[in-house]
Design a protein. Structure first.
Length: 68
């Protein structure tokens, strides 16, 4: 198990931070997807950015400044 932090962002502002003990990065991504209906979710393992999930779990787009 590893400690992950989910940072929920709405309209450019951090609205919540959630700490979770999870098995691996894939479990952390699943947890982020569960929170992304109304927020962008950034997933960190300590200081390492694991993923950034767009609001509504929309596909990432390289031309979109909010993706990636």
């Amino acid at each position: 198990m590893a400690l992950y932090k989910l940072i929920l962002i709405r309209e450019g502002e951090v609205v919540a931070e959630v700490a979770k003990s999870l098995d691996d990065d894939l479990d952390a991504l699943d947890a982020a997807r569960a929170h992304c209906q109304h927020c962008i979710v950034e997933v960190y393992n300590h200081t390492r950015l694991v993923a950034r999930v767009k609001m509504g779990d929309e596909p990432l787009n390289v031309r979109d400044a909010n993706s990636g």
